[in-house]
Design a protein around this ligand. Sequence first.
Ligand SMILES: NC(=O)N[C@@H](CC(=O)O)C(=O)O
Ligand SMILES: [Zn+2]
Ligand SMILES: [Zn+2]
Length: 438
Amino acid sequence: MTSYLLRGARPLGTDATDLLLRDGVVAAVGPEASRSATGAEVVDADGLVALPGLVDLHTHLREPGREDTETVWTGTRAAAAGGFTAVHAMANTTPVADTAGVVEQVWNLGRQAGWVDVHPVGAVSVGLRGEQLAELGAMASSAARVRVFSDDGHCVADPVLMRRALEYVKALDGVIAQHAQEPRLTKGAQMHEGAVSAELGLTGWPAVAEEAIIARDVLLAEHVGSRLHVCHLSTAGSVEIVRWAKSRGIAVTAEVTPHHLLLTDESARTYDPRYKVNPPLRTAEDVEAVREGLADGTIDIVATDHAPHAVEDKDCEWPAGAFGMTGLETALPVVMETMVSTGRLGWEDVARVMSTAPARIGRVTGQGRPLAAGEPANVTLVDPAARRVVDPTAQATRSRNSPFAGTELPGRVVATFLRGTATVLDGAPVAREERSTA
Ligand SMILES: NC(=O)N[C@@H](CC(=O)O)C(=O)O
Ligand SMILES: [Zn+2]
Ligand SMILES: [Zn+2]
């Protein structure tokens, strides 16, 4: 196994030093690293920031079922290109990941691909239908060791089912990740309900449809004494509710997506379904509130909600378009643009919200660890001075529905290491043979 000497890297943006990656671990940091680097391949990391490998708690890999839009192979290669070393694969596949069999299949595909660690998310309800609890225990004790359960794409709308799910995961040390969308308040919704939707004549998705579910669920989590995670929180009111819940000691965590940190409902004026997503892009005031919530720790993490879609589902009229946007390869640049360049987060905070905290919430071991001797060598090298225009045709994901196409963003992932193996070098995924999944 090749060892690597990362020469002159800046761990979490601090002073330049050397890191030696050998036998899957960070073997040494500092002068000791170069002294014991015999035989190591040298990576010139001058000016590059070293982060613990990024961990995404919310990715759609689309396999099984929609391999035309993404596979475990293409999606995890895109993740590595984006600086990730672990992703959680959402359960809204076909078939749904609601059994030990399906989560083990996805987990195995992830291991065979070897780009990042794949942690399958288990469905909360059978078929995501919101009626009957799926076999959470069997998924937890399967080889995939599922700890995060979610009906994402759908809301667990029935409060009784949500209560039972929260009760059930307590014994599994699991967490329910809720897609907070009151279905009856969002019937036929096309975009955020507000001045722009009124002007465009598109059916609105009001903030209260998200906030009402979050308010209900934090109270249920408190009542049951269980862990709740809020997916893709998007409104100022949601931030307020989570802030209040945390002040009461309720075990709630929350994520925001890169697109909700940068874009607003104004983009719907283009009628380009690239900007169509659940929850919808909100107002500038909401964007300000989620940035503030992320900066003050109310929002724990950034998660991509990478949602690849086929061209025919996006190259169409707005109302016919599918909800969702890609995000794995632009997440870090968008966080840099919205949070680092604005002085609201330092590199230490970026490591926390994109690696350490998601690993902790998902109960992932060996990820989100400090860049210290003896730790697993999951490392991402970022060039903070680079600026690039996003070109979806040059991305590793199989889909092209990036809302940032044509946008110039800071930052470039130069290298990613998964337990000491380079998955990305010189800014490109390391060529390797796609192993048969048969
Ligand atoms: N975010 C989306 O708009 N779409 C996601 C589902 C989801 O995250 O709700 C998808 O699976 O396409
Ligand atoms: Zn969702
Ligand atoms: Zn999602």
